[in-house]
Design a protein around this ligand. Structure first.
Ligand code: FES
Length: 138
């Protein structure tokens, strides 16, 4: 009888400690966890004049890096700047007019297609419109 009471009290103490630990850890986890942003709800406006021909402009889109390219000869493209291989951030190489992924040497053309290295698919294009001198992404 005494042993089962002791067992019961021990079980209650362990359960209470677990509940108190979970209640204490949850606010910390909520604070540290990354925010979930729905990209469909995000719109970013960038003046057209900030992206000169032959240049690329990096910006934050829904908590993730993105890039606008103003191709030589005209035309804009907007991509996620996250490499489709293992997720490194691509870099614009103005002289070559393409993107380099510094992690494993992946290369993408100015229209996002893979031109070299291990990336399995093109850069992810982001929807955009141009009106009144502003590029609106999203
Ligand atoms: S992460 Fe970009 S080439 Fe590997």
């Amino acid at each position: 009888m005494e042993a089962s009471r002791r067992t019961f009290l021990g079980t209650c103490l362990v359960a209470m400690a677990a509940v108190i630990s979970a209640a204490s850890a949850y606010p910390i986890w909520r604070y540290l966890a990354p925010r979930k942003i729905n990209p469909a709800d995000v719109k970013v406006g960038i003046p057209v004049k900030e992206v000169l021909e032959g240049e690329a402009k990096f910006f934050d889109y829904a908590g993730s890096p993105a890039v606008i390219v103003h191709k030589r000869g005209g035309g804009l493209e907007v991509f996620s700047a996250v490499c489709t291989h293992l997720g490194c951030i691509i870099q614009w190489e103005k002289e070559k007019q393409d993107f380099l992924c510094p992690c494993h040497g992946g290369r993408f053309s100015a229209d996002g297609t893979v031109t070299g290295g291990p990336p399995p698919k093109p850069l992810n294009k982001l929807p955009f419109t141009v009106a009144d001198g502003t590029i609106t992404i999203g």
